[in-house]
Design a protein around this ligand. Sequence first.
Ligand SMILES: Nc1ncnc2c1ncn2[C@@H]1O[C@H](COP(=O)(O)OP(=O)(O)OP(=O)(O)O)[C@@H](O)[C@H]1O
Ligand SMILES: [Mg+2]
Length: 254
Amino acid sequence: MTALLEARGLSRSFGHVRALDGADFDVQPGEIVGLIGDNGAGKSTLIKAMSGNLDLDEGEIYFDGDRVRLSGPRHAEELGIEVVYQDLALAPHLNPVQNVFLGREISRKGLLGHLGFMDEKEMRRRAKESFAQLGATVNSLAAPVRSMSGGQRQGIAIARAMAWANKVLILDEPTAALGVVQTKNVLESVKRVRDKGIAVVFVSHSMPHVLDVCDRIQVLRLGRRVATFPGRETTVEELVGAMTGALDSREDVA
Ligand SMILES: Nc1ncnc2c1ncn2[C@@H]1O[C@H](COP(=O)(O)OP(=O)(O)OP(=O)(O)O)[C@@H](O)[C@H]1O
Ligand SMILES: [Mg+2]
C-alpha cells in the first residue's frame, strides 16, 4: 500500500546541531503512527518538514506516492495536512471561534452582489460542535485565548486541526497540558479521526498513550529513524530501549 505521507532521508542542521540526519517516516491512510524519541531527537523538526515549515538540506517528501516540494504551511493545508504544533501557534488576541476559522472564515454572500460578510453565527455553531466532540473545556467562546489556561488552549488547537484535517492529522504532544478527562477524550477522538480513513501522526512522551492509540510506532534517535514497532504486543521497555539505544548494545552483545 502506498504511504499517504512519507519522508525519505531528511537532513537538516542548525549550526553544529544535526536535528535531522537522514530521517525516514511513513504513515498510511486510516493508521495512527506514533513518533517517539528523547528530547531533541528531531520529532518536531521532522513534523515541521512534513508540514511545509522547514527548509531541508537533503531528502524528499512524498504525498500519496508523488514527490512534493512543500512551499509553505498553506501548501500542506491545501493537501489536507493539519498540524497541532508543540507550541500550539494560536493567535492570542483572538477568541476560540476566530482561532478555529483563522484564514478560513465563512462569509455569506451579500444582497445583489454586495460584499459578503462573515457568518459569525455559523462559525460559532461549528466551532462549538468541534469543541463538544472533543470534550474540550472552552468556558468562553468570546474571550481572547491569551486569557485561557494551557489545557484550554491545547483543546482549541486540537479541535481546530481535527475540524480541517481531511488527509493527515499531525499532533505534536497533544495531551501534554491536558487533565485526565480531556486526555481520555483526545485519545478517543484521535481514534475516531483514524477510523474516518485519515492518517494520524501522534508524537508523545507518554508510552501508555502511545501504546493505547498507535497502530505502529516509529522511533527517532539523533535525527534518524532507528526502529519501527507494531502498536500491539510491544512493551514500554522495548520502546525505551530503542529510544535510548539500549537495545542496540544488547544486540551487539548477542
Ligand atoms: N530553529 C532551530 N534553531 C536551532 N536549533 C534547533 C531549531 N529547531 C530545532 N533545533 C535543534 O534540533 C534538535 C531537535 O529538536 P526538535 O525540536 O526536533 O526535538 P524533539 O524531538 O521535538 O524534542 P522534544 O521532545 O523536546 O520536543 C534539538 O537539538 C534542537 O535544539
Ligand atoms: Mg518536540
